[in-house]
Ligand binder design. Sequence first.
Ligand code: DX5
Ligand code: ZN
Length: 228
Amino acid sequence: MTTRTAGPIISPSILSADFAALGEEVRAVSESGADWIHLDVMDGHFVPNITFGPDVVKALRPHSAKIFDVHLMIAPADPYLAAFAEAGADAISVHVEAGPHIHRSLQTIRSLGKRAGVALNPGTPATAIESLIDMVDLVLVMTVNPGFGGQSFIPSTLETIARIKAMTAGRDIDIEVDGGITPETVGLAAAAGANAFVAGSAVFKGGPAGYAERIAAIRAGAGGTVAC
Ligand code: DX5
Ligand code: ZN
């Protein structure tokens, strides 16, 4: 059984970081109040963009002791789960839309000793994951269509978040939102039931001098207190 962190969890997505300096970027957000580090893995097939694979996760691991929150936007995912686990992922999320054997994928992630997450796209109803609740430590609700940073939050996802919150009541499951999260939108997601918040452009825009302030603003927007 994993234990949930009290208060909002802020998980900066390095998709919006400087890819020429990823180690320094991960170190900088880790020292600026990030709770988790969100790593977006894209294959140019499940989503129309390509990022990085397990070797990059492994290279970044020494730069932070924070939870590595790996979001797999790849199909198939199963052949790569062990590689991401060995690379240093702490949580691995796979999309319910990415293949016919999501149950097997989640079993595999848990058997690797990692937190198992199921992700769902904005067009996927909450009921798609209802039978998987016993299998997961994390539900990742996409609040934009996956593939790119800097998109606008899709309000209809609030209903999905609320339904998943009801579905997971009384269980030790994090509800994470991903896409278009800013100090302005984060409160809506929090009110609907999310407790973990991915933010890419809202953290990384403007460079490292502002990371602490921007993470604090997202935390405050989510209803959390800001450490001084
Ligand atoms: C989108 C990714 C997100 C992305 C969010 O497919 O899963 O994690 O980095 O970026 P922002 O916060 O800019 O919407
Ligand atoms: Zn993501």
